[in-house]
Design a protein around this ligand. Structure first.
Ligand code: PLP
Length: 441
């Protein structure tokens, strides 16, 4: 028998996994602290009111769920589907664009189905952006807008969207002064997180700038189905010439309550759609066909439910705005979307960051919100509160926030009125070792 060979010394070292540079480029996940505490609280049985994510809590219409069951029972629907999405679903998307915005898109070449619009957006960035490319993204930013650009090795330039006129002027200024000129502009209205909305003329200006400076445009219309007080968020594609310079992403996650189903769409410029289709062809085999069939039913038959859902968010918006104003906060009611973007009162900002403030509300008030800093430096000073909990729970959340802050203020007062802690000079000299021995014996 031959002796067992001695293993090479290297195998004694722990095996090292190294990531690609693109993973190392990603900044730390800002919502990690909040999510960990939320998880711990829930595990220990606390009933946390969750206004963190924009994750709809209401179900889709029953007829959509029934169609999904029926289609899932059909053996023909279980193979790989088309990576672009089935033609009938793309036709339905084109029909909605025409009905809602008067926009004509060709379902064969100008529409593609994505596994949620976030997937589509990220892969579109891979298709359009490479090392050294500059991309303008909105600030504060929905994380995917920034990170998809970074993952594609592009440079993201975040421009503030709070004032739409200034935003347009800053886009022009950046194009005039930056080399290489931005290749792509990402816009998102109704904006997440800041809830800023725009009128159709804004998009006319965007198309003009795109033509003047030669950048492409991606419009993220994720909240296009959620408008309040008669406001209908406009489509970028309705601006003259928009489909020559860009595309638009829409989703069934928000207005149709189908977030977990992962159904999104991209429509507009045929070449950009083709580039996305090429990338997607390498990464995925398309969406489960039963979901696509049920999505057709939802687009065709549930307009009234989508409107009703907007009304529900509108009601929740009113409850939350009124409640926070009663606490003395200054909040503007948004015209669309699923969030409130609330300025944290100055007396709290003078003491702590919005991250610490959000941690305080969660830890002491059992209310989860997103600190504005999670959306980049332009978000500091604000909290994003989602409208996914029902009106009663939102009222309860306001009470819990009020009580939590009152307790915290009382604690400050107490700290102020307590005598100052003694300094070293006030203290007795420490006992000698000999005296200590005496005490012990
Ligand atoms: C601005 C914005 N874009 C895209 C998405 C992602 O939507 P989807 O579920 O279609 O991936 C969200 C979801 O929160 C969003 O807020």
């Amino acid at each position: 028998m031959s002796p067992t060979p001695t293993p090479p010394r290297d195998s004694e070292k722990p095996f090292e996994v190294t990531f690609s540079q693109r993973v190392y480029r990603l900044p730390p996940y800002m919502f990690g602290r909040i999510n960990n505490l939320l998880y711990q609280k829930r595990r220990s049985g606390n009933d946390v009111i969750d206004m963190g994510m924009g994750n709809p809590s209401d179900p889709p219409e029953q007829l959509v769920i029934d169609k999904l069951s029926e289609a899932a029972a059909d053996p023909d629907n279980h193979g790989y589907s088309k990576a672009n999405g089935i033609l009938n679903l793309r036709r339905e998307v084109a029909a909605k664009y025409f009905k809602k915005y008067g926009v004509r898109v060709d379902p064969e070449t100008e529409v593609i189905v994505c596994l949620g619009s976030k997937e589509g957006f990220s892969h579109m960035c891979l298709a359009l952006v490479g090392p050294g490319d500059n991309v303008i993204v909105p600030a504060p930013y929905f994380p995917a807008h920034m990170y998809a650009v970074m993952l594609a090795s592009g440079n993201a330039i975040a421009l503030e969207v709070a004032d739409s006129e200034k935003f347009l002027a800053n886009i022009a200024y950046t194009c005039e002064h930056l080399y290489p000129r931005p290749k792509l502009l990402v816009i998102n209205y109704p904006h997440n997180p800041s809830t800023v909305t725009i009128e159709p003329e804004f998009y006319v200006e965007v198309v003009k700038l795109a033509r003047r400076y030669g950048f492409m445009v991606i419009s993220d219309l994720a909240y296009g189905d959620v408008g309040f007080d008669g406001y209908v968020p406009p489509s970028f594609l309705a601006a003259p010439g928009a489909a020559e310079v860009g595309v638009e992403f829409t989703t069934m996650s928000k207005g149709y309550n189908m977030a977990g189903w992962r159904v999104g769409f991209c429509a507009g410029n045929a070449e950009m759609i083709r580039a996305l289709a090429t990338i997607k062809g390498y990464y995925d085999y398309g969406m489960f066909q039963a979901i696509q069939i049920a999505a057709i039913m939802a687009l065709r038959h549930t307009d009234a439910a989508v409107e009703k859902q907007s009304k529900i968010y509108e009601g929740r918006r009113d409850v939350l705005v009124e409640g926070l104003r009663r606490l003395g906060w200054k909040v503007d009611p948004p015209k669309a979307g699923m969030f409130l973007w609330a300025r944290v009162p100055d007396k709290w900002l003078a003491r702590m960051s919005t991250m610490d403030f959000a941690m305080l509300l969660l830890d002491q008030g059992d209310v989860a919100v997103s600190p504005g800093s999670g959306f980049g430096p332009a978000g500091e000073g604000y909290l994003r509160m989602s409208l996914v909990e029902n009106e009663n729970r939102l009222r309860q959340a306001v009470r819990q926030i009020g009580r939590c802050l009152e307790r915290e203020e009382a604690r400050w007062q107490q700290e102020k009125t307590q005598p100052p802690l003694p300094t070293d000079a006030d203290l007795e000299p420490p006992p000698s070792e000999a005296s200590l021995e005496r005490v012990e014996s």
